[in-house]
Design a protein around this ligand. Structure first.
Ligand SMILES: [Zn+2]
Ligand SMILES: [Zn+2]
Length: 280
């Protein structure tokens, strides 16, 4: 029997992916995965549909990707197996999603001032039932002819960090977020720590502080990490006693349907889930 294939990072239309949760599950199995984590931004909303649609042979890890900010920079924290009924967590998710709406409206307003002919109604329609996010605005900008491809929106010219129409938003302190996930019975993994956010990368000391707060793992295998970054992060994980995790960060057609292109080793996965209180 071949080793289990486990991808711990994916997005659906519950946040900014292009495929509904059921379709993500279908594609996960088609990609040869045995375990898939659905990790939409700041929401657990896709899990019920994903569970109902699980193909035989595929297991779902309920997850999400929490928006955090450290020293003015965006940091993403993957959380798995949290208790959806945990009051403190639900309160924070509500605060984040409410502010996402304000922020998206403000960005649309700024873009209009810059002469981009998009409307809030159009962006909301693209987001549908999902959490409104910048990729939805980017798609509206393409429809308006302001840019040719969605990725061109994520520049200083438009809605990249610090860009002319960029608006920052409510986010959690990562140490608080790690503690919150633990108190909700879950485990946390720092997402893509080797991908620069506007030229900035989280430092080793900051990662060590998160580890001391209860962080369980580092996402070592990510499509945007080169070999040198993987080696550096795997060594850091080993030093701090953290799990070396991995996932595709698939956003459907936005990222070219890459489910299963990155995985976590089965042994590391066992170590990770053994730390989730909700699963004992
Ligand atoms: Zn992320
Ligand atoms: Zn992600």
């Amino acid at each position: 029997m071949s080793a289990r294939r486990i991808d711990l990072h994916s997005h659906s239309t519950a946040s900014d992916g292009t495929d509904p949760p059921a379709e993500v599950m279908r594609r996960a199995r088609a990609a040869g995965l045995d375990v898939i984590a659905l990790t939409d931004h700041d929401t657990l909303a896709g899990h019920d549909e994903a569970r109902r649609a699980l193909p035989p042979g595929l297991a779902l890890v309920p997850g999400m990707e929490l928006s955090c900010r450290l020293d003015g920079h965006s940091v993403h924290l993957l959380a798995y197996h949290v208790d959806p009924a945990h009051a403190g967590l639900a309160e924070q998710l509500h605060a984040i999603t409410t502010d996402r709406l304000r922020r998206a409206r403000d960005m649309v307003g700024k873009l209009r001032e810059l002469g981009v002919d998009i409307t809030w109604e159009q962006v909301a329609a693209i987001a549908g039932d999902g959490v409104v996010a910048r990729p939805h605005i980017a798609r509206a900008m393409v429809a308006a002819g302001a840019i040719a491809r969605p990725d061109q929106a994520f520049t200083p010219e438009w809605i990249g960090p610090g860009g002319r129409a960029y608006v920052s938003r409510y986010a959690l302190d990562p140490e608080d977020a790690v503690r919150l996930v633990s108190s909700a019975g879950g485990v946390s993994v720092l997402a893509h720590p080797g991908v620069p956010q506007g030229g900035w990368k989280i430092g080793d000391e900051a990662v060590a502080r998160l580890a001391a707060a209860g962080l369980a793992g580092l996402e070592v295998a990510h499509p945007d990490h080169d070999d040198a970054e993987r080696i550096r992060l795997a060594a850091l994980a080993a030093t701090l006693g953290l799990v070396s995790s991995g996932g595709s960060d698939d956003h459907g057609s936005l990222t070219g349907h890459r489910l299963g292109c990155e995985t976590i080793a089965p042994g590391e996965y066992e170590r990770l889930v053994s730390r989730a209180a909700g699963l004992s």
